[in-house]
Design a protein around this ligand. Structure first.
Ligand code: CP3
Length: 367
């Protein structure tokens, strides 16, 4: 018998996202947007004026409020819990601050290999309990209207931030570690993998209905390095989580892998066992489908910069994107996070165009 984690929550009314992830037919193409809660929304700015970024993440009421904000404005098919990938380095004992206009800043990044011994993985997942609390609260607040996505950063991406101490244009320090301290890097990637598995297990038990792994820093490494530092760990996250859930008779949730800049390795990504592969805006949808084959769902991939185009052009590009991906095994999204200056009207155009094309495709298919 499998444990039904959904029994304590409102019944899901719109399951198009989950059906698309599993390769089943959908009523309409599900759409959500990476970073759909955030600074382009004035109501987010309001909450942010009163609260520090990580205070919002750590306070379930506030995290739920900002998670809900985009759903009040747009006809979306998913919500994603408000948090950040850098909560894992924090749980390992590192101090990270969000500096307005600058982004995340680590006060003491990893400088030498000996700094890694300070990382405290024991009990890390317990220190992330607030994310689980926000997820559980959000499942109730959603009233079953759309599914809730949980997420984490992938090992290489987290390691990059921990060494660089924040955003970086080159990842030169982290890449330097790969050549100078290769063995330490793999130990660190392995430690992060174990924490991510614990974290995902906790998120699923708390009520996450789908989970996305963000490998945002794949951009900085080539295909060979991607095969060395990303793929094996990404695969391990999936395999170990699957086993962990199976051992407890918990139904596995679909998983999305999004490797920004990983377009060179889509077929390899498709072998990692994830139901969904997210593609960035540099990837052509037709090529992506050829690379991953018919048994994986694709997610993406409009260029967030296209959200600055005049409405008619944005509509035309969105339309073209959806037609290229098609209705089967597809989740509409941007090809990276929405940017802070995006006009709200562009979000409306993007989301509504997807629903319109979706309806047309369904009609033409004779449904
Ligand atoms: O709506 C959602 O998608 C959920 C919230 C979410 C945030 N961060 C909130 C956030 C998610 C899924 C993330 C993931 C995240 N965080 C990633 C992976 C996605 C990607 O963009 O590649 C990364 C690399 C981070 C690390 C991070 N957090 C950076 C580099 C920055 C600064 C750059 C930026 O975009 O501002 C953040 C800050 C951050 N995370 C903000 C939000 C709403 C803005 C912070 C603020 O309000 O001051």
């Amino acid at each position: 018998m499998t444990l039904d984690l959904n029994k304590d929550f409102p019944v899901l009314k719109n399951d198009n996202l989950l059906r698309a992830a599993r390769g089943e037919d959908v009523d309409r193409i599900p759409v959500w947007v990476m970073r759909q809660a955030g600074r382009y929304l004035p109501e987010y700015q309001e909450v942010r004026k009163q609260n520090d970024f990580f205070t919002i993440c750590r306070t379930p009421e506030l995290a739920c409020e900002v998670t809900m904000q985009p759903l009040r404005r747009f006809d979306l098919d998913a919500s994603i819990i408000f948090s950040d990938i850098l909560v894992i380095p924090q749980a390992l004992g590192m101090n990270v601050e969000m500096v307005p206009g600058k982004g995340p800043v680590f006060t003491e990044p990893l400088v030498t290999p000996s700094d890694t011994v300070k990382l405290n993985a024991t009990g890390a997942v317990d220190r992330l309990k607030y994310v689980g609390d926000a997820i559980t609260m959000m499942r109730h607040k959603l009233e079953g209207n759309v599914p809730l996505i949980g997420f984490s950063g992938a090992p290489w991406t987290l390691m990059g931030y921990m060494i660089e101490g924040g955003g970086s244009k080159t990842m030169s320090k982290a890449k330097g570690w790969l050549t100078k301290h290769n063995e330490v890097c793999h130990k660190l990637l392995s430690l992060l993998t174990d924490v991510i598995v614990d974290y995902f297990e906790m998120q699923v038990k708390a009520g996450a209905q789908l989970i996305q792994l963000f490998e945002s820093s794949a951009d900085y490494i080539d295909k060979e390095q991607f095969a060395e530092v990303s793929l094996p760990y990404v695969r391990r996250v999936r395999d170990q989580l699957r086993k962990r859930l199976q051992d407890q008779s918990i139904e596995p949730v679909p998983m999305i892998l999004f490797a920004k800049g990983g377009g060179h390795s889509l077929s390899e990504q498709a072998q990692c066992g994830y139901e969904v592969i997210g593609v960035d805006y540099n990837v052509d949808p037709i090529e992506a489908r050829k690379a991953v084959g018919p048994n994986v769902t694709l997610q993406g991939n409009l260029n967030p910069a296209d959200m600055y185009l005049p409405e008619a052009e944005l509509r035309a590009l969105t339309n073209q994107m959806v037609r290229k991906f098609g209705m089967k095994r597809y989740i509409a999204n941007l090809g990276h996070g929405i940017t802070p200056q995006t006009p709200i009207d562009s979000m409306l155009t993007f989301v509504n165009t997807i629903h319109n094309v979706s309806q047309e495709l369904r009609f033409n298919a004779g449904n």
